[in-house]
Design a protein around this ligand. Structure first.
Ligand code: SF4
Length: 334
């Protein structure tokens, strides 16, 4: 698809056009990914973060956040329950929290790998050496969303982060043999349709194994608390266009989408998504992992299974590894 075509579909409200795009995205998903939906259980093991992203409730400047950290043993126990319930991938996610040494994180990965699951990490930016240690410990995949391809917007939203380093990290991960995921937010303040079209093109250019797309949801305890959030309708369009462009990337129906629209995940599954990521963090902690407000905390594996069967699909049995045959992350030059 060209940028002009993507822009046309992002902007149109014409029902026939939209139906055509959603239907095509569903056909592409069926052809390249099949009808199986992969369940990934997310454990948010620490909500402490040294960074200060303007949109995020975990930002270090948010003095109202109740902080927590889980031990390796706690993480293992939660992972074991999720695996017993049928999950074949555990996603270990946290803010950028230097409290955990790399050796401790490696120990966490090694323990969880004892459960015969794929392990995805989502721990933010790290050095090449740290990523290598975590890979050697057994991590299979890494999620690092670039959030927006617009350099100027990125600098505003993430004032203590570097756009170039973000993409360098994605390149390191690819070099080290991780299955690499990235993604964006839809409906950010000052985000143009052109910028969203660039995000979609970049997903294709990076040859990502996984693409996470969610609406921006303003958190009241952040500097962006007074802005409007992204809509479910636009987010689903971005998912559909991304499916058509990337063909076989794993694309989740995100929790953020379910937060803005109770039917959001069902819509996403019917327009290109092939993954659901139930949050298996213990309820006592999950309520405090508040990147955005009103997040679903009672997100169960059984609920995810019901969601999958409600759209006439089935829960995939395997680990749900990448459907790509490899490929490198290319650093954007614009
Ligand atoms: S988006 Fe990530 S890096 Fe930024 S403040 Fe939130 S948890 Fe930290």
């Amino acid at each position: 698809m060209t940028k002009d075509e993507i822009l046309y579909y992002l902007k149109t409200h014409h029902e026939v056009d939209m139906y055509g795009i959603f239907e095509l995205a569903d056909r592409v998903r069926k052809r390249y990914c099949g009808d199986g939906v992969h369940l990934r259980g997310i454990i948010e093991f620490s909500n402490c973060c040294v960074r200060n992203c303007l949109y995020c409730g975990l930002r270090r400047g948010n003095g109202r956040a109740r902080r927590y950290r889980m031990t390796v043993d706690e993480v293992y126990q939660v992972a074991e329950c999720a695996v017993d319930a049928g999950v074949k991938t555990i996603v270990l996610q946290s803010g950028e929290d230097p409290y955990y040494s790399v050796s401790e994180l490696c120990r966490m990965v090694e323990r969880v790998k004892e459960l015969d699951v794929a392990v995805t990490l989502s721990l933010g930016e790290k050095s090449y050496r740290d990523y290598r240690s975590l890979k050697e410990a057994g991590a299979d995949r890494y999620l690092l969303k670039f959030e927006t391809s617009d350099k100027r917007l990125y600098a505003l939203l993430k004032p203590d982060s570097s756009y170039v380093n973000r993409f360098r990290c994605l390149e390191y991960l690819s070099e080290l043999g991780y299955q690499v995921g990235s993604g964006n937010m839809v409906g950010l303040p000052n985000q143009s349709s052109e910028s969203i079209a660039d995000d979609i093109l970049l997903f294709g250019m990076l040859e990502l194994d996984m693409v996470g797309i969610g609406p921006f949801i303003p958190h009241p305890d952040t500097p962006l608390g007074g802005f409007n959030g992204g809509s479910s309708g636009l987010t689903v369009k971005v998912i559909a266009l991304t499916r058509i462009l990337t063909r076989n990337a794993h694309i989740p129906a995100t929790t953020a989408l379910a937060t803005v629209d109770p039917e959001g995940r069902r819509k996403a599954l019917c327009c290109g998504a092939n993954v659901v990521m139930p949050n298996v963090t213990p309820f006592s902690y999950a309520a405090d992992y508040e990147i955005y407000p009103d997040k679903l905390t009672e997100d169960t594996i059984d609920g995810a299974k019901k969601l999958v069967s409600s759209v006439g699909r089935y829960v995939a049995k395997g680990y749900g590894h990448s459907l790509k045959m490899g490929g490198n992350v290319n650093i954007p030059t614009h």
